[in-house]
Design a protein around this ligand. Structure first.
Ligand SMILES: Cc1ncc(COP(=O)(O)O)c(C=O)c1O
Length: 410
């Protein structure tokens, strides 16, 4: 059982009398992270790459930070980690760079379930003669069918852009299976892990993802993002940095203007936290960081499943409510990002009735516009989304349910 008191103590913002349930929009930040931002700015705020001691020390701190991130996601080397201001920006950088080697008539596949961050950078390439194909969600099951992917792939397919977990549906997609099919067809897979990474362990080698991106501000950190790319693929990409930054300068060639130093250093506060979470609950303090991760994420997913079960049990019991996503809470199938619509109430009406109760939830399309359009949910102002993470409590979910009961009268 996860010690929820210990967990919440790591997030100073949770001391406030407010229930944070818009976590898929942005999570609260760890004190380990804010401490590191301050520490870096107070003690290491110099230009990198100079020969003097403080500059060397700052460089070491950042090197260690990207090393530990590469362990967090099981990359094969730290150079595979590209830091950037946001997932949206990193996807755009990737599309600009990778497409320099593509030819007219080459094809890409995007889904209509993804956040636009993993759609527009690819569909915009249509202007340069790239053919775009859309992998449509099955409107009955709300899943992406593998047979549909197989039909869309051709020998001209260069890349398939797909999300690991939808930020609306919460459904976890079988990326490893997709990767197998996509690689067999000779194409690459670019995964948006933003809605997945706050909840489950990411193992890029096990998934066999070619590119994998997520945002730290949704995984208990600062406004910063990272993109993993397989080393050999990154090597082939064209530099988008200055002309004197050669193609073999990885990842700097994809980090024009460089990354944010204090925030990159602070990301190691998140990895510290996952190790502390392990050490607080289990023996084996001397284990390697990577060996601790499974157990830490095990605690997180078990707690999240309990939260999701409590909320879904209630929502499933209200006949006017339709869950937009899986109605089951199973942790291997979904993350606790739970969306729904009500037969008689618009989504904005529901959220605005919840607001006065000091609970933060949200309505809308969450930039997964094509999904909301495909499901014909625009008229009700999109879905109501309750996005939970492991620092939420069952008491908070109960409080929300009590408020819902007054709104839904059931
Ligand atoms: C699934 C998903 N992908 C991408 C993004 C965009 O991330 P960023 O704000 O870092 O560009 C979001 C943000 O909400 C998201 O939920």
């Amino acid at each position: 059982m996860m010690d929820i008191k210990f967990v919440r103590e790591q997030f100073p913002a949770l001391e406030r009398d407010f229930v944070f349930m818009d976590n898929a929009g942005g999570s609260q930040v760890l004190k380990q992270v804010t401490n590191k931002i301050t520490d870096y700015l107070l003690h290491s705020n110099v230009q990198l790459g100079a020969s003097y001691a403080v500059s060397q020390e700052a460089g070491e701190r950042l090197k260690r930070s990207t090393e530990i991130v590469s362990e967090l996601i099981n990359a094969s080397r730290p150079e595979e980690i590209v830091m950037g201001s946001s997932t949206t920006m990193l996807m755009r950088i990737l599309s600009l760079s990778i497409s320099k080697n593509w030819k007219k008539g080459d094809e890409i596949i995007v889904t209509n379930t993804d956040h636009e961050a993993n759609v527009s950078p690819w569909t915009d390439l249509e202007k340069s003669g790239i053919t775009v194909k859309i992998w449509q969600v099955n409107p009955e099951t709300l899943e992406l069918d593998m047979e549909d992917l197989e039909k869309l792939l051709s020998e001209r397919t260069k890349l398939v852009a797909v999300t690991h977990a939808s930020n609306v549906l919460g459904t976890i997609n079988p990326i490893k299976k997709y990767a197998e099919i996509i690689h067999k067809a000779g194409a690459l897979i670019c995964v948006d892990g933003v809605a997945y990474a706050p909840h489950r362990k990411v193992d890029v080698q096990d998934l066999d993802a070619d590119f994998y991106t997520f945002s730290w501000y949704k995984t208990y950190g600062p406004h910063l993002a990272m993109m993993y790319g397989k080393y050999d693929l990154l090597k082939e990409l064209e530099s988008i940095n200055h002309y004197f930054i050669d193609n073999d300068v990885i990842p700097y060639k994809l980090q024009p203007g460089n990354f944010n130093f204090e925030l990159t250093y602070a990301v190691s506060g998140i990895t510290d936290y996952y190790a502390e979470l392990h050490d607080h609950h289990f023996d084996g303090k001397d284990l390697q960081f990577k060996q601790k991760l499974d157990k830490s994420y095990g605690l997180i997913s078990a707690h999240e499943e309990k939260l999701a079960t409590r909320l879904l049990d209630y929502l499933n019991s209200v006949s006017e409510i339709k869950i937009i996503g899986l109605s089951s809470a199973a942790a291997e199938k979904r993350v606790p990002t739970i969306s729904f619509v009500h037969e008689n109430l618009r989504s904005d009406e529901i959220v605005e009735a919840v607001d006065p109760h000091n609970i933060g939830i949200r309505f809308g399309d969450f930039y997964a516009k094509k999904l909301i359009q495909a499901l014909q949910l625009e008229e009700m102002n999109g879905v109501v989304r309750v996005s939970l993470v492991h620092y939420n409590t069952l008491e908070e979910v109960d409080k929300l349910i009590e408020v819902f009961k007054t709104i839904f009268k059931s």
